[in-house]
Design a protein around this ligand. Structure first.
Ligand SMILES: *[C@@H]1O[C@H](CO)[C@@H](O)[C@H](O)[C@H]1NC(C)=O
Ligand SMILES: *[C@@H]1O[C@H](CO)[C@@H](O)[C@H](O)[C@H]1NC(C)=O
Ligand SMILES: *[C@@H]1O[C@H](CO)[C@@H](O)[C@H](O)[C@H]1NC(C)=O
Length: 349
C-alpha cells in the first residue's frame, strides 16, 4: 500500500460536503435537471423555497446582464479561449462563505456573464480526453473577488442538498459538437478554485462514467487528487491527455477500493492509501494569452488595489504550513500543492 505524506493543504477548506443532518432535498436534484440552451433555460434553475437559497442569481443571461454587475449563473466551458470560472459576487470573499452564490466569470463576451479581468489568468492548461475535459491553471484570485489567502473549495452540481454549488448553477459546452453554435448541457462537472489556482472538469453525459471522473465527494482533496495536472504558470496550452484514474479509486491486493474522505471533525487529512499520478499528455499547442483573451476588461479600482496579494506560485503553500516540507516528503508531484520541479509548477487547490 503506497502511503505518502500529504501537505496539510489537502485539507482544502470547503463546506461543500458537510455532514447532512436534517437536510431537505429537492424533488429533482440539480444534476438531473435538463435544459436546452438557450431556448429551454429558465430564469432560475432552482425554484425551491426551503433550506438554502433562494438561488442568488439567474440562468437567463443576455446583453443587458453582461458585465461587472451580472448575476449570471450559467457557465460555458468551450475551449482554452472560451471558458468560465465560478467566483463570488463581492470583493474579498471566500468560497466557503459564498459557495452557494458563485457567479460565472468568463473569458468571452456575448453570453451575459461577468468577464474575467485582464491579469487574472496566469497560466491555463486544457487537457482533452475521451471522457472529460480538464481546465486547470493559476490565477490572481483577488481579481475574481477572492481573498488573497483563501484556499477555496469545490463547486459542483450536487452539494450538501443536491441543489448545487452554486445553487442552480448550469454548465454548457459547445466542444462536443462540430458547430460552435450548438451547446450541450454538462450535468456532471466539478471545479476547485482558491490557493492561487483552479481546476474545472467537465464530464459529458456521453462518457462511460461521468459521475466517476467528475466525482464530487472528495472536496477536501482539491485539484491534486481530483484533477491531477501539470499546468504551468505563464503557459497557455491545450493538450490531449491520457485518462486519469477515477479519483479515489485504487487497487490493493487485487481488490478495487473506493476511498472516502474522513469527516472534517477528524482533523486534517495527512495520508492517503493511494498514489495519485498525473496522466501523460501529448500534442500540446501553446498560445499567447494576448491572442486568445481579447475580451478581458481592465480590473476595476477596488479589485486592483488588492491584486498584489496572490501570485500563482506564492500563494499555493500559504496557510498550509510551508509547502517546502511537504514537497520533499512526497514523491508524487500531483500530491503536493506546488511542487516546483524543473521549472514546472503544478497547479493545485
Ligand atoms: C435578460 O436577462 C434578465 C435576467 O435573466 C431578464 O430579467 C431580462 O428579462 C432579460 N432581458 C431580455 C431582453 O431578454
Ligand atoms: C478582507 O477580509 C478580511 C477578513 O474579513 C479582512 O481582514 C481584510 O481587511 C479585508 N481586505 C480588504 C482589502 O478589504
Ligand atoms: C470554435 O471555437 C474554437 C475555439 O473557441 C475555434 O478555434 C474554432 O475555430 C471555432 N470553430 C468554428 C467552426 O468557428
Amino acid at each position: 500500500m503506497a502511503r505518502y505524506t500529504l501537505s496539510a493543504l489537502l485539507a482544502v477548506a470547503s463546506s461543500t460536503y458537510v455532514a447532512a443532518q436534517s437536510v431537505q432535498f429537492p424533488a429533482t436534484p440539480l444534476a438531473n435537471k435538463h435544459f436546452a440552451y438557450p431556448s429551454g433555460v429558465p430564469y432560475q434553475a432552482d425554484t425551491d423555497t426551503f433550506g438554502r437559497g433562494p438561488q442568488f442569481g439567474y440562468n437567463q443571461c443576455n446583453s443587458t446582464t453582461e458585465g461587472s454587475n451580472s448575476l449570471c449563473q450559467t457557465a460555458f466551458m468551450n475551449h482554452i479561449d472560451d471558458f468560465c470560472l465560478w467566483a463570488p459576487s463581492k470583493p474579498n470573499s471566500t468560497i466557503a462563505d459564498t459557495e452557494g452564490e458563485e457567479l460565472a466569470w468568463c473569458t468571452k463576451k456575448g453570453r451575459g456573464t461577468r468577464i474575467i479581468p485582464a491579469g487574472a489568468l496566469k497560466g491555463v492548461q486544457l487537457i482533452k480526453t475521451q471522457q472529460y475535459w480538464q481546465f486547470a491553471g493559476f490565477i490572481d484570485q483577488t481579481l475574481l473577488n477572492l481573498q488573497s489567502d483563501d484556499f477555496g473549495g469545490e463547486l459542483d452540481p450536487h452539494g450538501q442538498d443536491l441543489r448545487g454549488n452554486p445553487i442552480g448553477g448550469l454548465v454548457y459546452s459547445n466542444s462536443l459538437q462540430s458547430s460552435n453554435s450548438t451547446f450541450d448541457q454538462i450535468t456532471e462537472w466539478n471545479s476547485f478554485i482558491g490557493g492561487g489556482g483552479f481546476c474545472f472538469t467537465i464530464c459529458p453525459d456521453s462518457g462511460t462514467n461521468p459521475g466517476g471522473y467528475c466525482r464530487n465527494t472528495l472536496d477536501r482533496l482539491g485539484c491534486a487528487v481530483n484533477s491531477p495536472n501539470n499546468a504551468q504558470s505563464g503557459t497557455f496550452e491545450v493538450c490531449d491527455g491520457a485518462l486519469k484514474d477515477l479519483p479515489g479509486v485504487y487497487t490493493t491486493n487485487g481488490q478495487t477500493i473506493t476511498y472516502s474522505q474522513p469527516d472534517e471533525s477528524l482533523g486534517p487529512i495527512t495520508t492517503l492509501p493511494f498514489t495519485v499520478t498525473t496522466p501523460s499528455s501529448s500534442n500540446c499547442i501553446t498560445y499567447q494569452s494576448s491572442e486568445i483573451y481579447t475580451d478581458l476588461p481592465q480590473p476595476t479600482g477596488s479589485a486592483s488595489l488588492t491584486s498584489s496579494g496572490a501570485s500563482p506560485t506564492g500563494s499555493n503553500g500559504a496557510k498550509s504550513s510551508g509547502s517546502a516540507a511537504s514537497r520533499s516528503a512526497s514523491s508524487s508531484r500531483a500530491a503536493v500543492c506546488a511542487s516546483v520541479e524543473q521549472g514546472r509548477t503544478d497547479a493545485m487547490v
